[in-house]
Design a protein around this ligand. Sequence first.
Ligand code: UD2
Ligand code: MN
Length: 421
Amino acid sequence: MVCCGRVLDSPCTLALLVGFQFAFVLYFSLGGFRGLVSVLIHSTEPEIDYSRPHDVYTNLTSLVLHHPGPSGPEQQLRDCILPSPLLVGPVSVHLSSPPSLEKIKEKNPLVTLGGHYRPPDCEPRHHTAIVVPYRNRQTHLRTLLYHLHPFLQRQQVHYGIYIVHQSGNSTFNRAKLLNVGVQEALKEENWSCIFLHDVDLLPENDHNTYTCHPQYPTHLSIAMDKFRYRLPYSQYFGGVSAVTPEQYLKMNGFPNQYWGWGGEDDDIAARVRLSGMKIMRPPLAIGHYKMIKHKGDQGNEQNPRRFDLLKRTRLNWRSDGLNSLTYELLSKELEPLYTNLSVNIGDDPHRPPVKAVARKSEPQPAPTHKMKTEKVGHKMKTEKVGGVINHNATKVEAIHLKAGNESSNVAQKAPVNQEVG
Ligand code: UD2
Ligand code: MN
């Protein structure tokens, strides 16, 4: 064998050593294993230049010119073209000092009361409700509205924005508010897709379309500036995600038991898996988002029970969710740029007893109540007037009744303890 003998003297061994050295240098200059993988993955990912983004209002003036106006003729519209010819790709995000709501409305003349929009010149293929869990983030909300309205209009989707406002000082409960938002949005319109959207996240690329995958839930905020534009972990589902009403039903909605910060997004991801679905994602290069920097909110402190709860998702998801949701809708206001749902979702039953006593006089969650709607100035206001509303009209429940099949039975079929072991 040529390479045997006096090992170090052999030219073959020397060549091997130099070769190894070269390979090591290359390996580490590419950032080790992770870098190597990302280089390989990148080769299949689209290359997108985010250094010169477009203004987020680009291409919208032509829509206003096309608009026939409120008294315009009823015309048969052609289907919207896919992908929308109005898309521009990367858009700039303005994180600080958003304009007033009046100014934002002026910039979005085709948005109608309640924050609804339909493309004026074509028949939309997608009908998307954006549900935002919310309390006390006025500036973030204005920033989101300024950005999202033109962003969605360029995608030519029919959409509506629902802000689900947790009233009172009880511990914040993001997932329960999302459940309320889905229910209430579906009572109003036959939405084919529902987005679950943090108020402080702004999409940076309009090719990231706000539409649903027909089979599986989608996670869209996969590359955020705060995580250096990488997915933090494979089951990550926080920020912005989307479900169809059918998918929502199949996973029994979202958990109601996560009071305070954290864990609920991982529970939702686990439900996706446990109900036999998987998470869909756009390419990493497209799912870019900026998050408005903020501190933790009062009333949304880290939930110390989240790890224990997460251990029991497997046992609990069929009994805690859409089928166990109770809340009290206090008011529904059709604002010019969004629908505001003020809701009492109750309080964390595990709060320390002292605080619980201080809150004793607050109303407890109850089934929804009859609503009265009236026009107040430029907005419509609906308020609770007492009595119980029949829920049968909601789309989720209609599907529930109609299906009588695997998905609608998710909640009843298997007793909880069948999952043990
Ligand atoms: C992460 C997730 C978020 C959620 C949360 C844990 C990302 C980008 N987002 O967000 O989806 O899983 O962790 O619960 O990873 N909110 C209010 N008022 C409050 C508190 C919360 O409006 O007082 C809403 C608001 O829409 C906010 C969202 O709840 O964006 C999530 O709360 P966060 O922004 O404080 O939590 P963050 O950024 O760690
Ligand atoms: Mn946040």
